[in-house]
Design a protein around this ligand. Structure first.
Ligand code: TIU
Length: 229
């Protein structure tokens, strides 16, 4: 049995390819100057720092034909899928649906809602649009995973304590074995990222595992070799 060296203990890889990579919300709204995150006063360069690492992980997973799911957080143009609570919360200078230099904020199909070009999905990879923070809420992610017999998830993306953590908790409750890739996720708040890593793996892995990209790629290489032999 192959494994990834992880915390709080090794993450056993399943004998059959039932593992998927999930990349959460690497969209321009959160990642680029002029986007929602930036307008709200956050330092988007903190998030941009993980892009090369995520590219490396994507490349490794693509080489191994691991299914890849990308998500974006976004709403219908008429905001019919956006609760008033979400629309009004924050009391920032702008809100969802307002105009920005990249089109309407967090609206599906607008330029700002697309995944940054460096991490654009390739043909055959699955794009999930989600109205909530978690990727399971009001999406077809679960049927898509079930159709592929996926039981194990590598989870990455932004931001660690918001959409990434929500998704990992939703996945854990549905029985998925989740590993959060430590250096392929980031937050506008370093202390929130650190706390999230610690809380998901606390109490014997209450929500799942964490490991750095290098350990994930090493484990996957060993896994491939064991499948080939
Ligand atoms: N994708 C995601 O995390 N959505 C957010 O709104 N994150 C914040 O940190 N604001």
């Amino acid at each position: 049995m192959s494994h990834i060296f992880a915390q709080p203990y090794d993450y056993e890889l399943p004998p059959q390819p039932t593992l998927a990579l999930i990349v959460i919300d690497m969209q321009r709204d959160f990642m680029e100057a002029g986007g929602f995150g930036d307008i709200l006063g956050n330092d988007v360069d903190r998030l941009r720092a993980i892009v090369p690492t995520l590219q490396r992980l994507l490349e490794g997973c693509r080489d191994l034909k691991i299914p890849i799911f990308h998500t974006v957080e976004g709403h219908q143009p008429d905001l019919s899928d956006c609760p008033q609570s979400k629309l009004k919360r924050g009391k920032g200078p702008v809100t969802i649906g307002d105009e920005s230099s990249m089109g309407r904020i967090l609206i599906l199909g607008e330029p700002g809602n697309s995944i940054i070009p460096e991490l654009a999905p390739l043909p055959g990879e699955i794009l999930i649009s989600k109205p909530g923070k978690g990727a399971f809420y009001k999406t077809n992610l679960e049927p898509q995973l079930k159709a592929r017999n996926i039981t194990h998830l590598l989870i990455t993306g932004v931001t660690t304590e918001v959409c990434v953590q929500s998704t990992m908790r939703e996945a854990n409750d549905r029985g998925y074995e989740c590993l959060l890739v430590e250096d392929a996720t980031e937050s506008y708040f370093p202390e929130f990222k650190q706390s999230t890593l610690e809380m998901v793996r606390a109490q014997g892995g209450i929500i799942g595992w964490t490991a750095p990209t290098e350990a994930v790629l090493q484990g996957l290489k060993q896994w491939q070799q064991s499948q080939d032999s």
